[in-house]
Design a binder for this molecule. Structure first.
Ligand SMILES: C[S@@+](CC[C@H](N)C(=O)[O-])C[C@H]1O[C@@H](n2cnc3c(N)ncnc32)[C@H](O)[C@@H]1O
Length: 214
């Protein structure tokens, strides 16, 4: 199957949600935003099969591949076709997600394509809404500008909904704490690229969402 390298997330085609909803049934939920083939989530599922692992992905072919693989393996992994900035809050109830990963979001290097980048204030708003108070947000990138963009979106959040676990405006020095790697992370490590990581806790004061149902 030929998979498109990039799609333009600002295209009208992605404006309304047309994905298949994940089977939210009371299990703790972990989400990877921009999961691609979801190596990270399949490895998490193998390590702890009691949870549900949801990948949000804008390339429909990849969504179908992930869901076919999950069925074959019987793994608690589900990919949902969506434009994450627009649809995350349509997919998950407020405060219902335990942990969110943003692994190596697309860089869109050119200045005129900056509005196609995934991590921005809109995504930060969506994450703040669906993450439970005390829940974790983990961000990593091998592109310095993207890592700084992410820090600006989360450390710079005017409502202070994200607590940087390493200290304000500081990259996480503890490496990847989850013991599993995304495909892009594996590639970066194997080719010696630097990786900038940031770990946040969803603040439990201020404009908090209601607590998780589980
Ligand atoms: C560089 S890949 C990284 C994939 C994987 N997280 C990893 O670390 O190997 C970024 C992924 O995010 C997806 N993506 C980009 N913008 C998105 C958006 N607005 N909503 C959902 N997915 C998006 C892309 O299609 C791509 O699969």
């Amino acid at each position: 199957m030929r998979i498109r390298q990039h799609v333009n997330p600002t295209h009208l085609h992605f404006a309304s949600f047309r994905g298949e909803r994940p089977p939210l049934d009371g299990r703790l939920v972990e989400v990877e935003i921009g999961c691609a083939e979801a190596q990270f989530l399949f490895e998490r599922a193998a390590a702890d099969p009691s949870r549900l692992y949801v990948g949000l992905e804008i390339r429909r072919d990849l969504v179908e591949l992930v869901n076919a693989r999950a069925r074959t393996l019987g793994a608690p992994v589900h990919a949902t076709f969506c434009q994450a900035q627009l649809h995350t809050t349509e997919i998950f109830a407020p405060g219902s997600v335990e942990r969110i990963y943003v692994n190596f979001p697309d860089p869109w290097f050119k200045a005129r394509h900056r509005n196609r980048r995934m991590v921005d204030a809109t995504l930060a708003d969506a994450i703040a809404t669906v993450l439970r108070p005390g829940g974790e947000l983990f961000v990593q990138s091998d592109v310095w500008d993207i890592a700084l963009d992410a820090m600006a979106s989360f450390d710079g959040d005017a409502e202070e909904r994200f607590v940087n676990r390493e200290g304000e405006w500081t990259f996480w020095r503890g490496g990847n704490p989850y013991g599993v790697r995304s495909w892009r992370e594996q590639h970066a490590e194997e080719t010696g690229l630097p990786i900038w990581r940031i770990l946040y806790r969803r603040a439990s004061s201020g404009s908090d969402p209601s607590p998780a149902r589980t």
